[in-house]
Write a protein that binds this ligand. Structure first.
Ligand code: FAD
Length: 305
């Protein structure tokens, strides 16, 4: 089923992101985690696409198996890195042959060791071109990325939003945010996006903190900030991994509850291929139901016209 339709049918829509592991053991862990999380009735699961297409086959294979074997709707991520337009079309054909109906259209980051983004000769420069390529040639529901703290290469929020508007114009029917730890950044971003006429659902991306060094590395790479108060509590526990995890689950639960109470269409959890933290958060949310009494977001298909 297309994710734009799922977002119309389900409120709130919880989704989970996984990355293709390199080993058989990692693969087994991933499918165990998805099977566990299936109990929480996800709206969809998404599978990332490695740098330079390094996970191309695994991304498609895992997405296909999640849908076919576990009966959970799934989405493949796809990036423009190191790939020509023809190669992208071949990958998109494969995605269709695998029965996948949803694609997250991304530009991707420069390969390791390079700082500047350069498109591959014969390839695409921005994710907008990929969204366009997909909508002009395929029936997939297209999603795209967005950045409450502004994409690191963008001059400012306004120019980032101008390009985001084009991406939606090119066919992106829903957006998933980069991870963030301050909800005001999300609500400020959504308000500004609406002012720019971007009216598709903007699903907040939440990464429960489970490891201090890891979250410092990830936020450093993607340009997300950790609020000073949270940083203080995390660093006070950095020698105690279990205490960091407890704090991470508690914080993500509060963050998600506030997002849902204030009208977010759902939560996209960056799971890092593990289920316990996300399951604990979801169990608390389902027991508390913070979305009840809030204003339900308007349907996607009606919004997209
Ligand atoms: P774009 O939309 O192309 O934007 C990149 C930059 O170019 C921005 O600064 C934008 O403002 C600017 N820009 C856009 N259009 C124009 C234009 N016409 N002229 C000038 N400037 C323009 N990476 C992976 O490799 N694999 C993944 O699976 C993956 N999954 C992700 C999932 C989510 C939810 C998110 C938030 C990110 C993900 N990423 C992934 C990372 C992503 O590829 C990087 O953040 C990348 O730097 C930007 O991708 P984008 O699709 O937003 O790029």
């Amino acid at each position: 089923m297309r994710i734009d339709r799922i977002l119309d049918d389900r409120y709130p829509c919880f989704s989970f992101e996984f990355f293709p592991p390199k080993t058989d053991e990692g693969m087994e862990n991933l499918f165990n985690a998805v099977a566990e999380l299936k109990h929480d009735e996800p709206g969809f699961v998404s599978v990332t696409y490695g740098a330079m297409g390094s996970t191309r086959d695994r991304t498609i294979e895992i997405t296909k198996r999640i849908k076919r074997d576990l009966g959970v709707e799934a989405m493949s991520h796809l990036s423009c890195v190191g790939t020509t337009r023809e190669e992208l079309r071949a990958i998109l054909d494969e995605i269709g042959e695998a029965g996948i109906e949803n694609v997250l259209a991304l530009r991707g980051d420069p390969p390791q060791g390079e700082t500047e983004w350069k498109p591959t000769p014969g390839g695409l420069k921005y994710s907008t071109e990929l969204a366009e390529l997909i909508t002009q040639n395929y029936e997939y529901a297209v999603g795209a990325a967005c950045f409450p703290e502004v994409h690191p290469e963008a001059a400012d929020m306004e120019s980032d939003l101008r390009f985001l508007k084009k991406k939606v114009g090119a066919g992106a029917r829903f957006l998933i945010t980069q991870l963030f730890y301050d909800n005001e950044l999300y609500f400020n971003f959504v308000d500004k996006a609406r002012e720019f006429g971007i009216d598709v659902p903007i699903i907040p991306g939440i990464m429960p903190i489970t490891n201090y060094q890891q979250i410092k590395r990830i936020t450093g790479m993607c340009g997300a900030t950790i609020p000073a108060e949270l940083e203080r509590e995390l660093s006070a526990r950095q020698e105690n991994p279990a205490a960091v995890q407890d704090l991470g689950v508690a914080y993500a639960t509060l963050q998600s509850a506030d997002l849902l109470a204030r009208g977010a269409p759902g939560i996209h959890f960056y799971t890092l291929n593990r289920s316990p933290a996300t399951r604990a958060i979801l169990s608390a949310l389902r027991a508390w139901r913070p979305w009840e009494g809030g204003e339900r977001p308007k349907p996607v298909l009606a919004a997209a016209g």
